[in-house]
Design a binder for this molecule. Structure first.
Ligand SMILES: [Zn+2]
Length: 203
């Protein structure tokens, strides 16, 4: 195998110690400026559990008699994740012993609109399944885009991303923020840059 990586000769660094020090100073000043401007910025949060690499990149999800609205949202959400992570096969619709079982129903006035539940051992999901549930009691009044955003958020959990409190407006804009504020973020349909950064870290 040939690897076309371009290495800078080590002697270059030894011959120019001042350059290296200057570069370090610039980096430190740059970081200081970033923190001064946006002290509250954080970014994606890891959930602490994810699919094993033997499962990805073909995580199978099964839709169990979903209503049309939820089914459309799920399809759109998995499509957006695939687009932004550079594949068309990370989430694949299937049946039987699927990795993700998706259900919807009127579960009443719960504190959650949708949820992802799973078993975890050693940082990886146990058995083959996680469960993604949508509560129609809450989602019936959502428009199609809002429901898609919710589904994108749930797939983010399925990948292994946890909640954060990052709002709209910059690189830390994140579909994994809890609550409805994410519906009004600009930048097109999620996932957004920082969500994909989280995915890149996980897989
Ligand atoms: Zn959530």
């Amino acid at each position: 195998m040939t690897t076309a990586t371009e290495h800078r000769p080590q002697s270059h660094r030894r011959d120019n110690p001042t350059t290296a020090v200057d570069r370090l100073l610039v980096v430190l000043l740059g970081l200081a400026a970033i923190f001064a401007i946006a002290p509250a910025a954080s970014g994606y949060v890891l959930q602490g559990c994810k699919f094993a690499s033997s499962v990805t990149p073909s995580v199978v999800y099964e839709e169990n008699s979903l209503t049309t609205d939820v089914a459309s949202a799920v399809s759109a959400a998995q499509g957006q994740w695939d687009v932004h992570t550079g594949s068309t096969t990370y989430f694949v619709a299937g049946s039987g012993d699927a990795n993700i079982e998706i259900n919807d129903g009127d579960y009443g006035n719960t504190a959650w609109v949708a949820q992802w539940s799973y078993g975890c051992s050693g940082g990886y999901y146990t058995s083959d399944e996680g469960n993604m549930n949508f509560n129609l009691y809450h989602t019936w009044s959502y428009d199609s885009y809002e429901l898609q955003v919710v589904a994108t958020h749930e797939f983010g959990h399925a990948y292994g991303l946890g909640h954060n409190s990052d709002g709209c407006g910059s690189w830390w804009q994140n579909v994994m923020q809890a609550g409805p504020d994410k519906f009004t973020c600009s930048g097109g349909a999620p996932p957004w840059t920082d969500d994909v950064n989280g995915w890149d870290y996980l897989y």
